[in-house]
Structure formats: C-alpha cells, structure tokens
Design a protein around this ligand. Structure first.
Ligand code: SF4
Ligand code: SF4
Length: 380
C-alpha cells in the first residue's frame, strides 16, 4: 500500500467520531504511532451483550486498542519467565514430572508450529457442508474426551498482543476437558501428577487431532492450546454458552464447576454461534465468594471492579502465579468451589429455594434483588 493511501486510512481511523469501533477492530501500533483498521470484529456483539457479565463496550474497546492483553496473561513477560524457571520447573521436578510436562508442552507447541507451517492450507476435499460440520466437530470432540464443545465468533479484543494472525478465522470452536476429580481434590500435594498440567497436555494433543480431522473434512483451521494461547479462553467459553464467569476468574460450567481446561480452534467456515447462557452461577458466586476468602495468595478481589471495561472480581495473575508455582499447584480456588464439590444441581436447588450456600441460608432477597437490578440495567 502506498504511503499516501496508508496515511489516508490512518487519518480516517483517527477521525472516527464513534470510539466504540462498531464492528471493525482498531489496533494501535506504538512503533509507527498509528492506528490501523483491522477486519470486522464479529465476536464483539456477543461479548458486549452477555446476559451475565456487565460490559462497558467503549472502555473495553479503548483498552484493547491501546494496550492489548499480553499473551502470557501476566503483565510482563519477565514475570512469567522468571517464575517459570525459578518456581514452576523446580515444582515439576519435585513431583518427578519434569520431563513428562516439558515434553508434553513442547510437543503441543511443536505440533502447533507444524500445523501452521505445513497443514494450514493443506486441506482435504469438502466432505460435509457447514451445517453438518458443526455436528461432526461436536461428535469428534466428544470422542476425543472434550465433554464441552461450543461455537462462537472470535472477539479480537481478547487476542493477546493484538496478533490477529495467530487466530485467523472468525468462527471459534471452544473445547473443555474435565480435570481428574481425585487429583484436583489432592492438590496441592507433593505426590503424583498435577491435574492442570495433565489436562493441558491431553487437551493440547486432542485439539491438534481435532484440527487435523476438520482439515480432512475440507476446512482450514488453526488450533490453540494452553502454553501457546494468544486467544483468551474464558470470555469465549462464556460467549459460547458453556460457562459463566466465576468470582475466581475462571469459566464455571454446570457440568464441572471450575474443574476443566480449555482449548480453541479457529475454523474457516460460517457456523452458527451458540447463545450465551444464564445458569445463575454468577449470582451464586456473589453470595458464595468461598474461593476469594480461601485464596492463600490473596490474588482475588472480594469486591467487583471495572477492569478494562468488564465488571468482575479481579484476579491478580502475578500474585496467583507466584503462589501457584511455589506451592505445588495450589488450585484451592477450584477445590473449594461448591459446584465442583456438590454439583450444580444440588447447589442451585438449595440456593433457589432459600438462598442456601453450603448449608447456610443467606436469604433469597439479595438474590432476587440482584437479578431485578440487572434486568433493569439491561433494559435501560
Ligand atoms: S490458584 Fe491459589 S493463589 Fe491462585 S487464585 Fe486460586 S487459590 Fe488463589
Ligand atoms: S467458590 Fe463460590 S464464588 Fe468461587 S467460583 Fe465457586 S461458586 Fe463462585
């Protein structure tokens, strides 16, 4: 593109009166001191209108444009790298799992580089139409061990480092794999494998296999798994109607509570997105807050706050990661969760009856008042 054309494009982006950006994503490029217009951000409409999370679209747009989320999920890469070498790797060694995790994660990362290098455009002949593709993906995902599978559009505000090419197509398949319940209940412990890393490795391999299957059906796709995750899983799991945002910052599902790990695949096909759901979990969280109070790293905020345009309990990732890696996996915010311990149905039945959480009635009035206030906010 000529310099003149580029300048014109940049100026028109800067001059736009509507900062919400509507559907087009804008990226600030600090090294060029320019704002670049990117393709339409199709997931925006879904995340701006989630039934269970209050979003300020304007603040979220501006934050994402000016300072995209980091890929690693912690503010500075140095923090992540330092804690990885100083804390996490010694932890894996203590567990005697160093080589398993190291090679598993390396295999996942290498597999992803390989798929990008060799397979991204090498697809088979179209075997099914887009309408059958959705069901084909769901059933293959289930066979590979993903108990949760949903569809949504990618919201590019939740792509780390603003690297849109890392997750190139608009349709996203969100995949959740359950962590081993017994291992979760034993964590933190010096004995045996760790449920989160075990599941990361298994989900990584399965997602790469599913991506290969989608290509064999004739559609281009790119899988993204943990440890190479420019795309943020939690908002997309909520957008795909699989989960709600919990007070511990995790996606909480009715099936397993917070006891799952995620992977995502970007597919070059027009697939109908699933509707976001209201399971009542975020209301339940407001009266529970057990994870917040039990967090030994004091990484979770008791009060909700506005953070990058989202109203939520803020997780401090540096505090969490430091504690997590120093104390053998922590996961206390997962194992104390009543939905993990007693199941969604039992928890919600008692809560809806008289506001009971863990055997203590907290009163239904606050629950009803919160729902009424939210309904009013949504209609205003
Ligand atoms: S993993 Fe541990 S430190 Fe991190 S948020 Fe959960 S309870 Fe807190
Ligand atoms: S422990 Fe309570 S507050 Fe935390 S995620 Fe589970 S239900 Fe929500």
């Amino acid at each position: 593109m000529s310099a003149e054309k580029q300048q014109k494009k940049t100026r028109s982006a800067l001059d736009r009166p509507d900062l919400s950006g509507e559907t087009r994503m804008r990226r600030y490029l600090p090294w060029r001191q320019e704002i670049e217009l990117r393709p339409p951000n199709r997931g925006k409409a879904i995340i701006d209108n989630l039934p269970t999370v209050a979003v300020d679209p304007r603040a979220l747009d501006i934050a994402s444009e000016i300072e995209p989320l980091t890929v690693e999920g912690v503010p500075f890469f140095a923090d992540f790298r330092a804690t990885m070498w100083r804390l996490a790797i010694p932890m894996w060694r203590r567990h005697g799992q160093f080589w398993r995790y190291f090679t598993g994660i390396r295999a996942g990362a290498t597999g992803m580089q390989k798929q990008e290098r060799e397979n991204r455009f090498r697809v088979g002949r179209r075997q099914v139409g887009p309408s059958e593709l959705k069901e084909a993906i769901r059933s293959y995902a289930r066979a590979l061990g993903f108990a949760l599978c949903g569809f949504t559009f990618v919201d590019r505000r939740f792509i780390g480092a603003g690297d849109d090419s890392a997750f190139p197509y608009d349709t996203a398949v969100v995949l959740g794999m359950e962590m081993d319940r017994e291992l979760v209940d034993k964590t933190p412990s010096l004995e045996g494998p760790q449920p989160d890393f075990e599941t990361y490795v298994a989900a990584g391999k399965a997602a790469l296999e599913l991506a290969q299957h989608i290509r064999s059906l004739g559609y281009r796709c790119v899988a993204r798994v943990a440890f190479d995750m420019p795309v943020k899983f939690v908002p997309h799991a909520v957008a795909a109607g699989l989960a709600e945002l919990g007070a511990n910052g995790m996606a909480i599902t009715p099936q397993f509570g917070p006891r799952q790990r995620w992977a995502m695949i970007s597919v070059d096909a027009e697939l109908e997105p699933d509707e976001p759901a209201d399971f009542g979990i975020s209301d339940y969280c407001e009266d529970c807050l057990l994870c917040v109070r039990c967090c030994p790293g004091r990484a979770l905020s008791e009060e909700k706050m506005w953070w990058r345009g989202v109203y939520k309990h803020k997780l401090d990732p540096v505090r969490c990661w430091s504690y997590f890696s120093r104390f053998d996996g922590c996961m206390i915010c997962v194992k104390v969760c009543p939905i993990h311990r007693f199941g969604y149905e039992a928890c919600m039945e008692a809560y809806r009856r008289d506001g009971t959480i863990l055997g203590r009635p907290k009163g239904i009035d606050r629950f009803l008042a919160r729902r009424a206030a939210r309904a009013k906010h949504q209609t205003s």
